[in-house]
Design a binder for this molecule. Structure first.
Ligand SMILES: Nc1ncnc2c1ncn2[C@@H]1O[C@H](COP(=O)(O)OP(=O)(O)O)[C@@H](O)[C@H]1O
Ligand SMILES: [Mg+2]
Length: 369
């Protein structure tokens, strides 16, 4: 089933939770919806599931208008972070539930349901759990069963809302691989919500970055990491150091910055803002440079340096401890900041509107599109 969402808006009380969402998901695709808490991910999933209705916009699945359909007519498989399996039912009965409550005309016979459950148990590699109750399962096992329950009804669309969010990192990695395998075998059209970048990039065909009720960027890991489309995406992807620069003929300059490694960019002349990761800043000692090292801590592998500029304030750099001349990077040393890579957005508001890569003057006022 292919999903097409356009112009979707949703407001709760005074909050615009969705502000014009446009998204297409192809048949058989696994898309990860990645965004910080509060960005509207769950609301979007609930609208697709029919548990919530939008104020405006369209939702069609294989051309059919789903906003005309009640939740029970959509054949959705939904797995939440804390999925409530029926505690008084064994795993096999939990899996059978969705089929056994179908209207009589569509309900498979008992033997067919039992065979289907066996098949699913085997497919999901949870045969050994068949006769346990949910309380006798680990968190990871419970989520496998929850996915099994969602898959049992052969859903048209599978929606997973941070399904592994409550589990340990190691178990999450296992489940990720397992889920990817399940997806490849079933080919169901799947939307996977997460706020974990690694999870999103490892699992999905395409990652959809959401911020403040809008889709900020769609792409693969490398594109989103190296070429964030907006300041919001840059920050979300870890480029948390922001420095003012001046653009002239596609070249940037900034106070105490060495920007010579940045490629020339098609950006208008004038003020810009550079977004860079701490690990992409190399402080280079230089007697009359305007930045000073304020503090230095070691994580063993890395040195974290806090730097201060008399007008611009503080920035952070992270350098590999063993490969730098660490003895020169001590508090009070004057340094120039060599920027290995980063993204620049113009600050001129008119240019922002024109290029759609806007930049607010303060993070709080940011609009993601
Ligand atoms: N039923 C509701 N009533 C009022 N506000 C809501 C409701 N559901 C969600 N919100 C608000 O909508 C925003 C987005 O929520 P949500 O979709 O859960 O985001 P996410 O899943 O990305 O964390 C939040 O600010 C949340 O407080
Ligand atoms: Mg959520």
């Amino acid at each position: 089933m292919s999903i097409t969402i356009s112009g979707l808006t949703k407001r709760f009380a005074k909050t615009d939770v969705l502000r014009g969402v446009e998204l297409g998901v192809d048949k058989g695709e696994l898309v990860a919806l990645l965004g910080p808490s509060g960005s509207g991910k769950t609301t979007l999933l609930k609208i697709i599931a029919g548990l919530e209705w939008p104020d405006t916009g369209r939702l069609t699945v294989d051309g059919q208008d789903w906003l005309q359909l009640a939740a029970q007519d959509r054949r959705i498989g939904f797995v939440f972070q804390h999925y409530a399996l029926f505690p008084h039912m064994k795993v096999r009965d939990n899996l059978a539930f969705g089929l056994s409550v179908r209207p009589r005309a569509e309900r498979p016979g008992k033997a067919v349901i039992a065979a289907k459950v066996d098949e699913l148990l085997h497919f999901l590699q949870i045969d050994h759990l068949a006769d346990r109750y949910p309380a006798q399962l680990s968190g990871g096992q419970r989520q496998r069963v929850a996915l099994g329950r969602a898959l049992a009804i052969e859903p048209k669309v599978l929606l997973l809302d941070e399904p592994f969010g409550a589990l340990d990192a190691a178990i999450r990695r296992d489940l990720r691989r397992w889920l990817r395998g399940v997806h490849e075998a079933t080919g169901s059209t799947t939307i996977f919500v997460t706020h974990d970048q690694e999870e999103a990039f490892e699992l999905a065909d395409r990652v959809v970055v959401m911020g403040e009720g809008q889709i900020a960027q769609i792409g693969d890991a490398d594109t989103i990491h190296d070429h964030p489309a907006t300041p919001f995406v840059a920050r979300f992807m870890g480029a948390t150091v922001e420095l003012p620069v001046t653009l002239l003929a596609g070249r940037a300059e900034g106070a105490g910055l060495d920007l010579s490694t940045l490629p020339r960019r098609a950006l208008p002349d004038g003020a810009g803002r550079l977004f860079v990761r701490a690990e992409d800043i190399t402080p280079v000692p230089e007697a009359d440079a305007p930045w000073r090292i304020v503090s230095r801590t070691s994580t063993g592998a890395h040195l974290r340096l806090v730097l201060r500029h008399p007008e611009l304030g503080e920035a952070e750099a992270e350098v590999p401890r063993r490969t730098v001349r660490a003895e020169a990077l001590t508090p009070d040393a004057a340094v120039r900041l060599k920027i290995e890579t980063g993204t620049i957005f113009p600050t001129d508001r008119r240019m922002q509107a024109a290029s759609a890569s806007q930049l607010p003057l303060t993070p709080q006022k940011e609009k993601t599109r």
